[in-house]
Design a protein around this ligand. Sequence first.
Ligand code: F6R
Length: 260
Amino acid sequence: MAEVIVLETPAEAGTFVAAHIAAQVRREPAFTLGVATGSTPLPVYEGLRAERDAGTDFTRMSAFALDEYVGLPAGHPESYRAVVDREVTEPLGLDPARVHVPDGSAAGIETAGERYEAAIEAHGGVDLQLLGIGRTGHLGFNEPGSSFGSLTRVKTLTERTRLDNARFFDSLDEVPIHCVTQGLGTILRARHLVLLAFGESKAEALAAAVEGPVSASMPGSAIQLHQRVTVVVDTAAASQLRFADYYRWAQDHKPEWQGI
Ligand code: F6R
């Protein structure tokens, strides 16, 4: 079962996860971070900037993004390439050549998945993959029904996800219908998964992912198949977890030598 850490606020969770990543980077500067986009990972990126200010050198770190919209004009501020550049690459001083985002441009879209898989493989994989969860239960943009063995490919977003993401655009019509996303099989190859969830609106999907049956109908439940998963949530997102008391008990009695 995943280790579940319940903290009071997203800011506290961000600081906690960033401290762990920074410690890994100090030990292994060529660390590879799998980055997510959307609102959830922002407190982690803020925490990483604080770690940079406190002296951690991230400049040799590599990054692989989970997904990208298909067909947004190059340089669109809500393309995930632009978001990753703004939140991670530039502030942490990463070499842009070491920051990878799936290619969502229309030209060559048929091979975008294969090319991204090859890049991850040639690099030697991802050390720690940050994940958010959608209200549909998606990880990356693997909507319900996605195969647990799936690799990076073009997927169709659900209307629920398009509505949820419309807040980043001027209108719903601007939200792309397609995306290129790492598959669940790709995500499961990362050496450590860190799933974050904040707020009441994620409580149901989170509980289903962490404690519900393993099912393609709930893509988030794929994490139950991974040997090293840390789930870091705030109290609102934890509100439907059946074993929340046990998770808190385990944290209170965690051996000091044991990291996450
Ligand atoms: C983002 C991603 C998605 C989001 C999810 C939650 O790269 O792959 O799975 O993590 O849609 O989005 P937020 O964090 O905006 O609630």
